[in-house]
Design a protein around this ligand. Sequence first.
Ligand SMILES: [Zn+2]
Length: 186
Amino acid sequence: MAFALMDEEYAYVRHLRKGLHALQKIEPGFFSPIETIFFGCPDFRRLWDILNHQAHLCGCGEIQNLPVHLPLWHGGVARLDPDSELNIVPGSSEVFWAEAKAAMDLTGIKQVLALTHFPCGWARERGVKPEALLRSHEIGFKRLQAYAEDRGIIVYPTVHVAYGDLAPGGNKTYLADFDKALLRAA
Ligand SMILES: [Zn+2]
């Protein structure tokens, strides 16, 4: 079976995008073409498409020109949510958290992307639904942001959607607006 967006996932993404305006289109040049830490999911089916998007959106041109530091964990920064079922080993969110902080301290990089994606094979395997994944993504993003803000680091929450045949125009990377996504009411 092809690893494609399921109807339930597509409906949720569409609701976020069209109903709540919680996923905003990112114009090329939005991100700075500077060194960037990219906290994402290592899924080989999506990672290169995601990085290609990033090279385009920061004006770096080709992917080989993208100056990116890649601390990748399955499920991305949603793994920083201690209560998420994405974590199969108790306490592993704190291992990632220690590495995430160290990545910022080690590199001195000032632009950080916190990414989740639909569909995420890791989330599906753990039975984590799209809304729960986004909620944990918000928790992970806010942990990063709280640490980063005193250090002059900007953290952006992004969502990559692999539409496949479900939408014209191909895959997209969006900026997430968690307040509009109404996750706290979930
Ligand atoms: Zn994934």
